[in-house]
Design a binder for this molecule. Structure first.
Ligand code: EPU
Length: 436
């Protein structure tokens, strides 16, 4: 690991100032994949310079399209595409979940697609069974080979009526990106309705797709024969915004997140206020600070939208190590997302993890014996230490812990944060963090 990969932080500074949050890391890549559904040029603006976007640009180039950045605008043109070898997809699949989403566009345009078993963050098994079953329902023929799945279609994919066993974000996106050009109607029940998905629907609608969203998690799509290019300004990254909010709460600072949008963050804002935080919403920003002297304990249960997002959880839980009392966490989205709490315990936090569901929300993990709940006893003084970034949000939670701790911490593997946090070292320094 190079020196560049170590982030050394001496804690104790209250983070104060402005940070700019640009387009959402979990939205832009899907909109870039939508651009593969047309041979016309497409542009997306407000694009952050984060590694996940570079990865998807590289993927589009591998498929034969172009993806060029000019400032915060990415122009995509997929005039001609071809199906890559599975081995060529491997580095992309190892780095990201996005390659699995290009199947619909490739099947429509080339009659063939391939999935290399994907990578992503180390936060659970993250299978692709729902994606594959959805593609099968549209008429794709599936051939499983070691480490890859090969898909073909004879003629055109057709619309389908089915329900997801769980409202998966990725599987819902897979269905949208496939149904828009399939012949006939599609009805998807138990769909995920995250703001990033509504943003993808907005892009597809600009392209000429016919999609309606029912309040009861049902999405209806009528396939069209062709789609056109689009211009779109990306929605802001609500995960990064919440991460900075948690840093303001934990360090007793005051951070204005420029570009943050209230509507996407309602549930987080309620929890933030419940923890003794306060915020002010202006046209171009949300400002976060700690309202009371103490942080208050919380019960957090993660859930699909409009519930409390799983990606908001690690930085906020880290702030709760400083709360005055006992907080409880019930993670219902990923079965293995609490590994990061071990490192917090090594820094002095008092956190105990459990296999039981510590909250009333329906959950797939209690009966399957996964460690997915935690009790956090605060306040505990944290001290500096050695940390290794486990995944993107766990990594940011270590930054929050190091900022709160007495003494100096070395965070190894910090460049993983470049996947989803634009210029985070610069931002931390400008907020007054003591980086070495
Ligand atoms: N799942 C399956 N089978 C599937 C697909 C999903 O069992 O075929 C399960 C997963 O294992 C997980 C649950 O369903 O337990 C939810 O997964 P989902 O498909 O909703 O997540 P995703 O699309 O893979 C996106 C974000 C994640 C975010 C989740 C939940 C991207 C690139 N990733 O993942 O973001 O946590 O939705 O909102 O959009 C992050 O940004 O750090 C991150 C992990």
């Amino acid at each position: 690991m190079s020196d560049h990969d170590i982030l050394r932080i001496t804690g104790g500074e209250a983070l104060t100032g402005d940070v700019l949050v640009r387009g959402a890391k979990n939205s832009i890549p899907k909109n870039m994949v939508a651009a593969l559904l047309t041979d016309e040029p497409c542009t997306i603006s407000n694009v952050a310079a984060v590694r996940d976007i570079e990865i998807v640009s590289g993927l589009i180039q591998l498929l034969g399209g172009s993806a060029d950045r000019d400032g915060d605008v990415v122009a995509i043109h997929a005039a001609n595409l071809h199906v890559p070898e599975a081995a060529e997809l491997e580095p992309f699949a190892r780095a990201s979940r996005i390659p699995v989403l290009v199947c619909g566009p490739l099947l429509h345009r080339l009659g063939e697609a391939v999935i290399h078993m994907p990578g992503g963050c180390a936060i659970g098994d993250r299978p692709v069974d729902m994606h594959v079953e959805a593609l099968r329902a549209f008429g794709a023929m599936i051939e499983e080979r070691p480490d890859e799945i090969h898909l073909t279609v004879q003629g055109r994919l057709h619309g389908a009526k089915f329900a997801l066993p769980y409202p998966s974000v990725g599987a819902t996106e897979q269905v949208l990106l496939t149904a828009v050009l399939a012949e006939g109607d599609t009805e998807l029940s138990n769909a995920a309705l995250e703001p990033e998905i509504l943003d993808l629907i907005a892009v597809l609608q600009k392209m000429g797709a016919i999609i309606s969203v029912q309040p009861s998690r049902v999405i209806r799509i009528t396939g069209v024969d062709r789609l056109r290019g689009f211009k779109h300004r990306s929605m802001p990254d609500r995960l990064e915004a919440a991460s900075w909010a948690a840093a303001a709460l934990a360090t007793d600072g005051r951070i204005s997140v420029l570009g943050a949008r209230q509507a996407d963050m309602m549930t987080f804002l309620n929890a933030f206020r419940g923890a003794g935080g306060e915020f002010e919403v202006d046209e171009d920003r949300i400002t976060f600070w700690r309202a009371s002297e103490r942080i208050e304990p919380l019960l957090i249960e993660t859930d699909v939208h409009p519930g409390f997002m799983t990606d908001w959880q690690p930085p906020l839980v880290t702030a709760l190590t400083q709360a005055n009392g006992i907080s409880t966490l019930h993670e219902t989205v990923y079965e293995d997302r609490l590994g990061y709490t071990k490192a917090l315990v090594a820094l002095g936090a008092q956190i105990q993890t459990f296999r039981q569901c510590l909250g009333p929300l329906p959950c797939r993990f209690g009966s399957r014996n996964h460690v997915h709940s935690a009790v956090i006893v605060g306040p505990t003084k944290l001290h500096g230490g050695e940390l290794t970034v486990p995944d993107l949000r766990g990594g940011f939670s270590y930054v929050v812990a190091a900022l709160t701790a007495n003494g100096t911490s070395d965070i190894h593997g910090a460049s993983l944060l470049d996947r989803g946090y634009e210029r985070f070292r610069e931002k931390l320094t400008s907020l007054g963090a003591h980086l070495h």
